[in-house]
Design a protein. Structure first.
Lengths: 375, 629
């Protein structure tokens, strides 16, 4: 195939165009970061995520309205995995005290629905469980297994007393079952993250990204010249900033695309750093070689030649990588969607930056300092 | 061809080894399907023959059947141990991070607390929520700034503040060990397969329970305080007749229902007499009494344990056990001379003589005189008085130390113990003594733990993720492979061969390390498929360039490879480095991603520099024309 062959473009002289493009993108990104901000998942904020799959089709806005009546404040409802799946999210850690009494009444009502003749009493209640006493052991047995089938966590204090855990997730699930008795659902996924874990994770993420950048700076500084390493890291900042900006700009706008920052999205950013640096190093390697061989040629020619001659490779590798992340984005399911999106977008930006940001940075530096680079 | 022989052998060897490492995983998938099929057939049968069967009974029977299937073919177990494991996100299960609640622990440890202490403690607990500092240190500082010494609340008046802080911290780390033992004990009794319980940092415990997402009761296994009890073991003269009665009842039962599914599978390679014995003595054939021993402890193989539990749950067997007694198993198995894991089964008094609340302290030590490991146990005054009475009236009997219904030790009471200070000997080694110390302390000081992170994946989502991951891998692979052939023609085929061997190697290495495959891990493999061709592309482009300068075929191939080394190495080392950082940063699933990414880099380098190279060299040697795109 003779595509992309014998390209000869003076990329460096056109670098001003790239500056304008990159500058605009970064400013747009910063603006959306400032005004729209990022949407953090519960990995970072703490809270509870529940993914449910119903037997029949559902109406999201109806579920939203039902949940609003619970008095829990804001419960987010999103689609998850097709038509019959939803993802519920609340930042609450436990059932708020104001509505706790109502919750227990709700549980009593469901017990009476299973067994209208049951004689029950509340023998104990703590902030996350309630103990219900039954007059009849047989009925206690029946209710216990019904409650468990409905997703409550129960245990037996003794033959007559059943302890029911009142976690926030159990309760929301219980309410939904009550309100939609004809449409049965199963819990696909339930995540509960405490606030402390979230703040630690934020710290860890920042540390790991900084460490990755530092490591790259040191390695490339050692293998090339410090200015090459700096150029690469500037390009990486460029990629991460713009991709973050896209996350800020688009979250909540495209249906079915969940663009919140979760652990896997942070992993995608680190991978993007790895990919983008890979691309940059290939061009740098060629610049280094050109400088070694063509000692008399100008830096501008050497850089241009390096970019042009590696262009086929750059495009092919970007394409094959884009293929697979696009496959992930389309076929990988909801769990990996944010991850795949960050990579899809990041690979495009990363490829662009290794040509239009990293190399011009070196040229710009040499122009200004009038230093000569030699290997 | 001679010059290539070594490299070809190497490639074939590496690929064959990868496939060999992958074999147990294939076998396990097939075995699992087979077992699943059998069990679902059994479920149907059972429900048909007994429509009122309860969930618990059904579960018991299925467990027993699974055990017996596993025993009949030891390769099943073998393959399972050697297979590539699936992460919780793929097979469903529960992941929990728990943290010891130091504030609650300190509240328990403090003496003569006042209102001020309580305010300081809750302020410290709140502060610890947002900072990295330890509650012990925060509280110590607050007490000091309020003008008091730590010894006001902890330790003795003579102790320096620094010493008290050290001691409290030791208590804290003790609590973590205790909590881990308690959780281990409960999880083992519950019968979760392949649980993973480990300590993280100084105060955290990570618990991974695969495959029990639906049985949400698992969570309550992990919370609530542990119950330590002292129970007197029944005499042999009492126990033996009961066991005999159980044996007779079961034998009679099976005679009546010969085609019952509960009959153990004893089909292969057992001689008639032992088969006959098993039929006549269903209980004694799997709960074996020691020949010489005075006691009536029954020895049960690990693989028979579920069967014995199922027997003991039968209503007619329950009736044969007196109301004041119960059967309990050892918490930990011991290895017999034949290398089989054995649990002892005890008949003990149902009513506990004492509960662990009376224990003040326990310490494992070496007896200076006999150099044997011993455990010293100290009770409070009230408990000590009771203990003296109990030991006095049960001399020469054994007293089982029971934590959450599992027996940790059953020492013989040698004489009346006044004063509440006892000494337990007879442990095999110091580890056993340490374990007993932990268990005894669990009675004295509960280990309050909070669940701070909890992730549950249902089995349906897990299966869905497996399917999606598998499909994406196939689609991704073929897209890339077809693209390479379209672009590079013949050379594209070579790079596809290299890509294929890369994927085989990644899987082989993952299986070889018994690594856990997670959904992000699959994503890592897919991403590697896209990125792995890069090394080949770099080499191809370079060879093409060299050919354009008019070099001979051989020279072009040689310098093509030589000149692309540095670019390939430099770019892959930096990517590998980000993989290392990812591995450090992430937990379970993300680590799986980082791992596949790193393995993928190594495998793709091997493919590019060895597989692709040798194919090119052979083509050149045979005089074929190299054609890049």
């Amino acid at each position: 195939m003779k595509v992309f062959e014998n390209i000869n473009i003076d990329f460096i002289s056109k670098r001003k165009v790239a500056y304008i493009v990159s500058g605009t993108l970064i400013i747009l990104g910063l603006l959306s970061l400032a005004f729209r901000g990022l949407e953090f998942g519960i990995d970072f904020k703490g809270g509870t995520d529940i993914a449910l799959k119903f037997d029949d089709a559902i109406n999201i806005s109806q579920i939203r309205a039902e949940l609003e009546q619970l008095g829990l404040g804001n419960i987010e409802v999103k689609t998850f995995g097709g038509e019959t799946g939803i993802l519920l999210r609340t930042e609450l850690q436990s059932v708020p005290t104001e509505i706790y009494g109502g919750v227990i009444t709700g549980i009593q009502n469901s017990i009476l629905r299973y067994e209208p003749n049951a004689q029950i009493s509340i023998s104990d209640s703590t902030d996350n469980s309630v103990t219900i006493g039954f007059a009849d052991i047989q009925i206690a047995n029946k209710v216990d297994s019904k409650l468990q089938n409905d997703g409550f966590q129960t245990s037996r204090l003794d033959d007559n007393n059943v302890i029911i855990r009142v976690g926030i997730a159990d309760w929301i699930e219980g309410e939904l079952r009550n309100k939609m008795p004809d449409n049965h659902f199963v819990v696909q996924k339930e995540d509960h993250v405490g606030p402390k874990i979230g703040s630690e994770l934020k710290q860890d993420s920042i540390i790991s990204v900084v460490l990755a950048l530092l490591g790259i700076l040191i390695y490339l500084g050692f293998r090339f010249k410090f200015i090459f390493a700096l150029g690469a890291v500037v390009a990486l900042f460029h990629d991460v900033l713009i991709t973050l900006g896209v996350f800020a700009l688009l979250h909540g706008i495209i249906p079915g695309l969940n663009l919140e920052i979760s652990i896997s999205v942070v992993a995608a950013f680190l991978t993007l750093v790895g990919y983008s640096i890979n691309d940059t190093v290939v061009v740098f390697d060629r610049i280094r070689e050109n400088i070694k061989i063509h000692k008399t040629a100008s830096l501008l020619d050497n850089i241009n030649n390096a970019i042009n001659i590696t262009m086929r490779r750059t495009i092919i590798t970007s394409l094959t990588t884009l293929f697979v992340v696009a496959v992930l984005l389309i076929f990988g399911g909801d769990v990996l969607r944010g991850f795949a999106f960050a990579l899809t977008f990041g690979i495009i930006v990363g490829t662009y930056s290794s040509i239009f940001v990293a190399s011009p940075f070196i040229y710009e530096y040499v122009q200004r300092t009038k230093k000569n680079i030699q290997f | 061809m001679k010059e290539f022989r070594f490299r070809i052998l190497l490639i074939v060897g590496v690929l064959a080894f990868s496939v060999y490492l992958l074999f147990p995983t294939f076998a396990d998938i097939q075995n699992t399907n087979k077992i699943k099929k059998e069990l679902s057939l059994l479920t149907e049968d059972l429900q048909k023959s007994n429509p009122t069967i309860s969930e618990a009974e059904l579960k018991d029977m299925l467990l027993v059947r699974e055990d017996s299937l596993m025993i009949t073919d030891p390769s099943i177990r073998d393959n399972r141990e050697k297979r590539m494991k699936l992460g919780l996100d793929l097979q469903g299960g529960m992941y929990l991070v728990m943290e010891v609640n130091t504030a609650k622990l300190l509240e328990k440890l403090a003496k003569d607390t006042d209102e001020e202490f309580k305010t300081l403690l809750s302020a410290s607990a709140a502060e610890a929520q947002v900072t990295d500092a330890d509650v012990v240190e925060i509280l110590a500082e607050k007490i000091t700034t309020s003008g008091k010494r730590l010894s006001r609340y902890f330790g003795t008046i003579r102790e320096e503040d620094a010493d008290i802080i050290d001691k409290l911290k030791a208590q804290e780390s003790d609590a973590v060990t205790r909590a881990i033992e308690i959780i281990n004990n409960r999880v083992n009794q519950y019968g979760v397969s392949e649980p993973n319980i480990q300590k993280q940092g100084s105060r955290r415990i990570i618990v991974e329970l695969p495959g029990i997402a639906k049985e949400e009761e698992a969570k309550r296994l992990l919370q609530g305080s542990a119950l330590l009890e002292f129970k007197i073991v029944k005499d042999a003269s009492f126990t033996f007749p009961i066991m005999k009665r159980i044996d007779e009842i079961l034998a009679a039962d099976f005679k009546g229902e010969t085609d019952s599914v509960i009959v153990t599978d004893t089909t292969d390679a057992k001689d008639l007499t032992s088969e006959q014995f098993a039929k006549e003595h269903p209980f004694f054939s799997i709960a074996v009494l020691g020949n010489q021993s005075q006691s009536a402890d029954a020895y049960v193989k690990e693989s028979d344990k579920n069967q014995v539990i199922a027997y003991l749950r039968r209503p007619e067997v329950k009736n044969a056990i007196p109301d004041n007694a119960e059967f309990l198993f050892d918490a930990k198995s011991f290895t017999s001379q034949e290398g089989v894991e054995i649990f002892k089964l005890y008949l003990v008094n149902k009513e506990a003589e004492l509960t662990g609340g009376v224990i003040v302290d326990a310490n494992a030590n070496i007896d200076p005189q006999t150099t044997e490991p011993i455990v010293n146990m100290q009770m409070n005054t009230e408990g000590g008085r009771e203990w003296a009475r109990i030991t006095g009236s049960n001399i020469d009997k054994r007293c089982a130390i029971v934590l959450d219904n599992a027996v940790y030790s059953a020492p013989v009471i040698l004489g009346k113990i006044p004063g509440g200070s006892s000494r337990i000997t007879g442990m095999a080694d110091m580890n056993e003594a340490k374990l007993l110390q932990i268990v005894l302390k669990a009675g004295a000081l509960p280990a309050p733990v909070d669940i701070i992170e909890e992730r549950t994946v249902g089995p349906s989502l897990g299966q869905d993720s497996i399917n999606k991951g598998f499909n994406s891998t196939m689609i991704g692979f073929f897209l890339v492979a077809i693209f390479m052939i379209l672009y590079y023609k013949k050379s594209g085929v070579i790079s596809d061969l290299a890509l294929f061997s890369t994927v085989i190697m990644i899987m082989g290495i993952l299986a070889g390390f018994h690594a856990t495959l997670t959904l992000p891990g699959i994503a890592g493999i897919i991403l590697t498929i896209g990125m792995a061709v890069d090394a080949n592309v770099l080499i191809f482009e370079r060879i093409r360039e060299e050919l354009l300068t008019g070099k001979t075929q051989k020279a072009a191939v040689d310098s093509g490879f030589a000149n692309s080394y540095s670019a390939i190495l430099d770019s892959n080392i930096t990517t590998f480095f980000t993989g290392v950082i990812l591995y450090q940063f992430g937990s379970g699933p993300i680590q799986g991603f980082a791992l596949t990414l790193m393995i993928g880099i190594v495998a793709s380098l091997f493919s590019a520099f060895v597989v692709t190279r040798v194919i090119f060299d052979i083509l050149v040697a045979k005089g074929n024309k190299i054609n890049i795109g």
